[in-house]
Ligand binder design. Structure first.
Ligand code: SAH
Length: 257
């Protein structure tokens, strides 16, 4: 006999809610959130979808309690429509992974839909102009779940490959030295004139800031980097144009304009 309990009418949605402004939520995300019986997530993300909370049961959970949150959501989703919210995209350092892992290890059979969202990389890149129009690597500097040695090796590999690099989780309250170590690794592999974009609270109603600088001067803006910031380091072809960064895709090699 199967260990799985029979499936009820419930469903679990892991919803990426985008960078933080209502205009950058997808229509599917809005539809799922409006139709949910229960919405579960941490306070910051729930505040970002406040305008959609119109009577659904809301469960606020705290940072660091992600495993409990995932188990609870799976249990509730046996017979209710449950939306677990995740900032940006639900795959990019988001809750989709943990929810699927916990579901796989659980005896409960739940129907799961992962709803994508606009990730920080896209939000930040849009404010900088066109810094990411070629191959890029996304690296999180958080060593809570990945050891620093692994992060350092990935930084080295990405930096030496001339790929554009986006740094997520550059700093947290407890951890602020990884960022300078990362910049040092990248500087060993790239010239100081490479453009750097430092964007905090991209596409959020409050606190947005956008800085365009160079790799050689990036640490002069160290104070602007916190847990709400994403840093983009261009490749050898990226250039600064006024307050924007352009990374050419290569059209200029084939066409005249
Ligand atoms: N799932 C999220 C990322 C979670 S990791 C996504 O897809 O965007 C958290 C990190 O994302 C932050 O430390 C920061 O580096 C980045 N981030 C998230 N939202 C951001 C925003 N609005 N502006 C700048 N960086 C952001």
């Amino acid at each position: 006999m199967s260990q799985l309990q029979s499936q009820g009418n419930g469903k679990l949605y892991v919803v990426g809610i985008g960078p933080g402004s209502p205009g950058h939520l997808t229509l599917r995300a809005v539809e799922v959130l409006e139709g949910a019986d229960v919405i579960i997530g941490n306070g910051t993300y729930l505040d970002q979808i406040d305008h959609l909370l119109t009577g659904q049961q809301v469960i606020r959970s705290s940072m660091g309690k992600e495993v409990d949150r995932a188990s609870k959501a799976i249990e509730l989703a046996r017979d209710r429509k449950v939306a677990m919210v995740s900032g940006g995209d639900s795959n990019v350092y988001g809750m989709a992974g943990l929810v699927l892992e916990v579901a796989q290890h659980s005896d409960l059979k739940v129907d799961i839909e992962v709803v994508p969202g606009v990730t920080a990389l896209s939000a930040v890149a849009s404010l900088l102009g066109a810094p990411v129009v070629s191959d890029f690597a996304v690296i999180s500097l958080s060593d809570l779940l990945t050891p620093w040695e692994v992060i350092g090796q990935r930084l080295e590999a990405a930096a030496s490959s001339d790929m554009i690099i986006a740094l997520y989780n550059p700093k947290s309250r407890q951890r602020n030295t990884n960022y300078i170590r990362a910049v040092e690794i990248i500087r060993r592999n790239r010239v100081d004139t490479v453009p750097v974009g430092i964007v905090r609270n991209a596409l959020r109603p409050q606190g947005e800031s956008v800085i365009v600088t160079t790799l050689g001067e990036a640490m002069e803006h160290d104070d602007e980097v916190d847990m709400s910031t994403t840093v983009i380091i261009g490749n050898s072809e990226s250039r600064i144009w006024g307050s924007k960064i352009i990374t050419p895709r290569g059209y200029h090699k084939k066409y005249e304009y």
